[in-house]
Structure formats: structure tokens, C-alpha cells
Design a protein around this ligand. Structure first.
Ligand SMILES: C[S@@+](CC[C@H](N)C(=O)[O-])C[C@H]1O[C@@H](n2cnc3c(N)ncnc32)[C@H](O)[C@@H]1O
Length: 291
């Protein structure tokens, strides 16, 4: 992703949450805030995807399928992550690569938590414009523009008020596929240096998957054929991990993996229809703790 552009994948996953809201995993998932971050044309696409009627023409059908598949992934991983946040309440929450994450506006349990949103500067500026005067429910929301692998995360967080002597929950959702191994390693080093005992790291990561690669190719073809913006044009997926590799990397940075969820199994447990849940099988949610 270039410095000057805000993330398009952040918009896509926000649309996924908006499509899922009130339709998938009802009672376990809900994100009424998501649509507040969307621009008019993005919200119109969400409304088309929520009709439940599969369009016949190719272009609207591909948009419908892409957004509904994204919705299944997002509803599932959001439930797993929100549960992991709730299970270990900490006074600080850092959202790495926050995109259009709405937790600081959505989760009432954060009313005594200081939330730090870290993102690549252009993406963060875009989020701030979209958020406008929407009031967070979090105790405090701090903006921390940082590009992983280029900027120093620790000093940027410290300047924003983050405390290294207080436990932190870290969320790294939907970001790892876009990073190199070196960017992941340097970020984990900074995170480790800022994590007091009792901290928790929650991350999603993609498994090596030929099916998922074909799915992304389909998305790109759809974008080319339809003339729509390709969300992956500037944000190619470049990294995958096996569960063993992920556990080893986290252990190397002082974390103990306490859960590693298969998204497909979780989506079935949540009652997400099989026609949708098949799209979620290539990624996992790992939860790791610091004693
Ligand atoms: C798919 S979006 C996920 C956004 C959010 N975490 C969510 O799940 O809704 C990917 C996010 O990673 C951020 N990102 C990608 N590469 C980055 C980098 N090198 N430094 C900082 N942020 C980055 C993008 O700006 C974008 O917000």
C-alpha cells in the first residue's frame, strides 16, 4: 500500500460487518456502527447485498457474492475477538491496523478503557474524516499514526499516553496478510516491549490456501470487469502462516498461545449458513497471553 492512499480493504471489511449486522449470528454478532463509517456509494452496495435476493446479472451478482462472503468472515472473527477482549479486561486496548474498526464506538465494556487506534497515516486520516463527530463509548480514544516496519511503534504509543506498566489488550485483525515477515517481527518486538504482565494479543492470520488465493483472484477479475475499484490493488496478500509457525513466532516474543480458533468451525457453531461459511476456512484467530 502506498503512503498516500487510504486502505480499500478497510472499507471492504467494514462493508462486510454492515452486511452481517442483524442478519448473521444474530444475538452473538452486531455492528450497527459499521454503516456509519461508510460513504454513500459504499452503503448503497451494502443495502443491495442485504436484500437476500441474488441478482441475475453478472456485475451485481459478483458484488452481492463478494460482500456476503466478506460478511460471513467478519461476523465470525468479530465474535471471536470480542469474546477474547471480554474474557480478559485490561485498562488499555491497542488496535493495530485499525481501519474502520468500530469497537471504540460499539463496545460498552470499553467505557473504562483507553483505546489507541494505530494505523498507516492515510488510512487513519480517512477514518477520522468518516468518524466525524460520532462519539466513542470508550473512556478515551487516542489516534496513533504509524506504518509498521517504518515508524517506531513504542515511542508513538508512549507519546499518545500508552503505559508500559499497565496491561494492554492488542488486536491485530485482518492486517497480517499485508505485512512482510520483517514487518511482523519488528512490530511484535515493539508490542512485547510495551506489554505488561496480564496483557493479551489477539490476531487473525491466514493459512496457506490455494482456494483463498483463487477467491482473491476472482475478486480482482470482478473489479476489472465491473470497473469497480479493486480493494486488493494496492494491498496484495503477501504472507501466510501455519498454526505451528504462528505459535513459534509468538513464543519467540514472549507470548503463550491460549487459543487458536478455526474460523470455519466457529462460523458453523454460530449458525452461519454453509453457503457462506465455506469462505471463512482459510484464516484463524489466535489469542496469546503474557503471564
Ligand atoms: C483489511 S484492513 C483491516 C482493518 C481492521 N483491522 C478491520 O479488521 O476492520 C487492513 C488495515 O491494515 C492497515 N495496514 C496495512 N499495512 C499497514 C502497515 N504497514 N502499517 C500500518 N497499517 C497497515 C491498513 O491501513 C488497514 O487499515
Amino acid at each position: 500500500m502506498t503512503e498516500k492512499q487510504a486502505s480499500r480493504t478497510a472499507v471492504l471489511v467494514c462493508q462486510g460487518r454492515a452486511v452481517a449486522d442483524g442478519r448473521l449470528a444474530v444475538g452473538r454478532f452486531g455492528d450497527p456502527v459499521a454503516q456509519r463509517f461508510l460513504l454513500d456509494d459504499e452503503r448503497a452496495a451494502v443495502e443491495r447485498a442485504r436484500t437476500g435476493t441474488v441478482p441475475q446479472a453478472m456485475r451485481p451478482r459478483m458484488e452481492y457474492e463478494m460482500l456476503n462472503a466478506t460478511a460471513a468472515v467478519l461476523a465470525t472473527r468479530t465474535v471471536l475477538i470480542d469474546d477474547a477482549i471480554g474474557d480478559r479486561h485490561t485498562p488499555q486496548l491497542v488496535i493495530l491496523g485499525a481501519g474502520l474498526d468500530g469497537r471504540a464506538w460499539r463496545l460498552p465494556d470499553l467505557d473504562d478503557v483507553v483505546v489507541y487506534e494505530v494505523d498507516q497515516p492515510a488510512s487513519q486520516q480517512d477514518k477520522r474524516e468518516r468518524a466525524g463527530d460520532l462519539t466513542p463509548v470508550a473512556k478515551e480514544l487516542c489516534w496513533v499514526p504509524v506504518e509498521f516496519g517504518r515508524d517506531e511503534l513504542g515511542p508513538a504509543l508512549a507519546a499518545a499516553g500508552h503505559r508500559t506498566d499497565t496491561a494492554t489488550t492488542w488486536i491485530w485483525e485482518g492486517v497480517l496478510p499485508y505485512l512482510t515477515a520483517a514487518q511482523v517481527d519488528s512490530t511484535l518486538s515493539a508490542v512485547a516491549a510495551c506489554s505488561a504482565p496480564g496483557s493479551r494479543l489477539i490476531a487473525t492470520y491466514p493459512l496457506p490456501s490455494r482456494l483463498a488465493a483463487i477467491g482473491r483472484l476472482g475478486m480482482r477479475v470482478y473489479s476489472m470487469l465491473s470497473g469497480d475499484r479493486d480493494p486488493l490493488a494496492n494491498e496484495p496478500h503477501i504472507s501466510t502462516w501455519t498454526t505451528g509457525e504462528m505459535a513459534a513466532i509468538l513464543a519467540g516474543h514472549g507470548w503463550t498461545v491460549t487459543a487458536d480458533h478455526d474460523l470455519y468451525e466457529a462460523s458453523r457453531t454460530l449458525g452461519i449458513p454453509a453457503s457462506r461459511s465455506r469462505f471463512v476456512g482459510d484464516s484463524r484467530v489466535v489469542v496469546a497471553d503474557r503471564a
